[in-house]
Design a protein around this ligand. Structure first.
Ligand SMILES: Nc1ncnc2c1ncn2[C@@H]1O[C@H](COP(=O)(O)OP(=O)(O)OP(=O)(O)O)[C@@H](O)[C@H]1O
Ligand SMILES: [Mg+2]
Length: 452
């Protein structure tokens, strides 16, 4: 008979591993927001404050809250079995998100919660204590202590709700208060962009949830810009899956950049991000998990940059899609990849068309002509013969000089490093800078020749 030995993890070292499973501030807060959404909140308040010279993060909701027993139970890592069948709107799976997300950012997690039948209750995980005691010892607060915590963090519950409080946040350690404000401000800005995109579906429609950041209401951001002029809806497909629910694929073509307002363009991250973010937008029960990238289905292309494919996946498929506790990545099953491959052919062509059509009108300038030959489907870039400067220069040259210049220009257009430009435009468009080219060296060289 083999012997069974209990080798439970050593809490002191285990917490260090748990804190490093790859969350960042945005994905960690999103995991907390998931819980507030699941709890049917109408309002979610996210606040980053400085209290006693330290950064504190508070997420307060008015969802159904927890009974005193559920609160204690919920503080346990792995409080629920991932194999349990959950309601289709429940964004949870592992019974761990609240703890893991919090420990990835903060050494102290306090949860205060109130359901409609009880007074607020609270409990704290203080990792300093866990480490000191080398045991998972939870701090359960008395009623008086809970009230003190509510006043300290300015938390006021209505009928029900939950507050998650993070203290001793690692990334803000060591900043003097004078610098902390700016650092927090930057993080808050990033966080807002992340939340308005990743939770945009919950902020729209009749049952819209209000999100507030430091008491300012957040507007949602639809990555497909459906309400803007120039938006095109592509084909869609829905298929039922064995485990229940269905997967829905929906194609969107963004309006061309020239039709976007400055604010939309900024929210999309600017022109270069429009290219980088083409691809699949995968939502797990309406929460955006993946924003862009083709996952090997096709290449990222300059011309397909306006194409986006919305993929809606139910949580019943978490296993097949390899959802992990962070819910910040998924794996697309082979069967779905095959369907997507077929579906995206048309939208990419359509995006190319929108882009090409615009290109013909806008990209030719006084020096270059774009010659699109419809019959043999070829495109060439040629030096504009009717350019005023060129005409003037030619008029000053004798025949021999003029034909040398024309020969030079012919070669100049034939030898544009077009593949290089194409590749750079697709991968690093913002690094291309044609405005600050210095011609000093060239002029110096030419002057020497003239003087000879
Ligand atoms: N804001 C909240 N309102 C009501 N209940 C909550 C709230 N946050 C957490 N809970 C309760 O605590 C439990 C544990 O939350 P936790 O995020 O750790 O796990 P989960 O949501 O069940 O699964 P996952 O690990 O996938 O997030 C939840 O299942 C829920 O019952
Ligand atoms: Mg959760």
């Amino acid at each position: 008979m083999p012997e069974h030995i209990d080798l439970s993890p050593n809490p002191k070292s285990h917490i260090k591993t748990l804190a490093r499973i790859g969350y960042n501030l945005n994905s960690a807060i999103s995991d907390i927001i998931d819980n507030s959404v699941t709890a049917e909140s109408n309002n979610i308040y996210i606040e980053i404050d400085i209290i006693d010279e330290k950064a504190v993060l508070i997420i307060l909701d008015d969802g159904y809250g927890m009974t005193p027993e559920t609160l204690i139970d919920s503080m346990r890592i792995g409080c629920k079995d991932p194999a349990d069948i959950r309601n289709e709107f429940d964004l949870g799976r592992f019974g761990s998100g609240m703890k893991m997300a919090s420990f990835s950012q903060a050494r102290k997690l306090t949860v205060i919660s109130k359901d409609s039948n009880s007074k607020p209750q609270s409990a704290t995980w203080d990792l300093d204590l866990v480490e000191h005691e080398n045991a998972w010892k939870l701090i359960k607060h008395s009623e008086v202590e809970t009230n003190d915590l509510c006043s300290k963090f300015n938390i006021q519950f209505g009928k029900q709700g939950t507050a998650i409080i993070w203290e001793n946040i690692g990334k803000y350690d060591g900043y003097p208060v004078s610098e902390l404000q700016a650092v927090l401000g930057q993080d808050l800005t990033n966080l807002k962009s992340y939340v308005r995109l990743h939770f945009h579906k919950f902020m729209e429609g009749k049952r819209a949830i209000n999100f507030y950041f430091n008491y300012q209401k957040l507007e949602h951001f639809d990555p497909f810009l459906r309400s803007r002029s120039g938006y095109q809806e592509g084909p869609s497909q829905k298929f039922r899956v064995k485990k229940g629910g269905s997967i829905e694929l929906r194609v969107h073509i963004l309006p061309h950049e020239s039709k976007l307002t400055k604010s939309d363009l900024a929210k999309l991250g600017g022109t270069d991000q429009i290219t980088a973010n083409q691809g699949l937008y995968v939502y797990r029960a309406n929460r955006l998990i993946i924003s862009g990238g083709w996952f090997g289905l096709t290449r990222l292309s300059q011309l397909g940059k306006l194409a986006r494919v919305e993929v809606n996946v139910p949580t019943s498929l978490d296993e097949e899609w390899s959802t992990d506790v962070k819910k910040s990545s998924l794996e697309i099953p082979h069967k779905v990849k095959a369907k997507l491959k077929q579906l995206i052919r048309e939208p990419i062509k359509r995006s190319q068309k929108t882009y090409r059509y615009r290109g013909r009108l806008e990209e030719a300038n006084a020096f270059w002509k774009v010659n699109e030959n419809e019959r043999d489907k070829s495109i060439s870039y040629e030096i504009a013969k009717d350019n005023t400067l060129l005409k003037h220069l030619l008029s000053t040259l004798n025949n021999e000089q003029a034909s040398t210049l024309i020969e030079y220009l012919k070669n100049l257009s034939a030898e544009i490093p077009i593949h290089h430009i194409y590749e750079k435009m697709s991968s690093e468009p913002n690094q291309i800078n044609q405005n600050d080219i210095s011609y000093t060296d060239l002029l110096e060289g030419l002057k020497k020749l003239w003087n000879k």
